[in-house]
Design a protein around this ligand. Sequence first.
Ligand SMILES: [Fe+2]
Length: 289
Amino acid sequence: METTAGPEQALTEKVLKAYSNIENPRLKFIVSVLIKHLHACVKEMQVTDDEWEFAWDFMERMAAMTGPERNEFLLFADVIGVSQLIETLNHEKPGQPVGFALVGPFLRANDPFRERGASIASDDTTGTRVRISGRVFDFETNTPIEGAILDTWQAATNGFYENQDPNQPDYNLRGRFRTDENGNFEIVALKPTAYPVPTDGPVGELLRAARRPPDRPAHIHFIVSAPGYETLVTQIFVNGDPIIEDDAVFTASRNMVGDFEKEGDHFRLTYDFPLKRGVSIMPKAPIAA
Ligand SMILES: [Fe+2]
């Protein structure tokens, strides 16, 4: 059907004109692109009344599952690849040694600072430990960065983050660490396990409709920051994990894998974080303190 002229096009132009007086140029640009593409989307889909009712009901149900503990909208953006697209667009450069990953819905504000070599897992947390050590340094000059902060979090072996699981102590499997004068750090964590994203909400309906597995390959989250450097938001995956190619949120990739080596009853992992000069900005935590 030809839809370039006619009442639909006139309506789109009228709406665009109605928002043409926004003063902030960036906001004006964003609103006009949003209107243009949403109108084009509705026209291409030929959205029916029933479908529109389904759409706003779907959003209402996403809102009902969103609060301080969980954000269904962010999860939706994650499973349709938008969150990772934004990371890639803003941070990925050719030849980058460590990839940027989406923050995901489980970062919690104000996780505790822990001593070098401390464990983020409480003593009664089941699971094999991994001792992670490495260096944070300037990507261009290779000089160590002292006092860089590594913010790390992961799911327990039952697949739940501490905020989803009443049986875990507060802030279990979360912690912040500082690098020493040589840029070195040492952390004890759990060898990560795969887990599904929450599927009890509208996002789960979408995944089931698409017959997509909800699983995320095993990973540990890291945000590495230091004044004067671009904040590195990343995840470490397990080299050889077959689910890496089918990550439910399209994040896992080859420049984010670590070699977990067995050492007695635990694993060892050496992993370095090179930082690029830039502006140090911390992402907002989707989960309140
Ligand atoms: Fe995660």
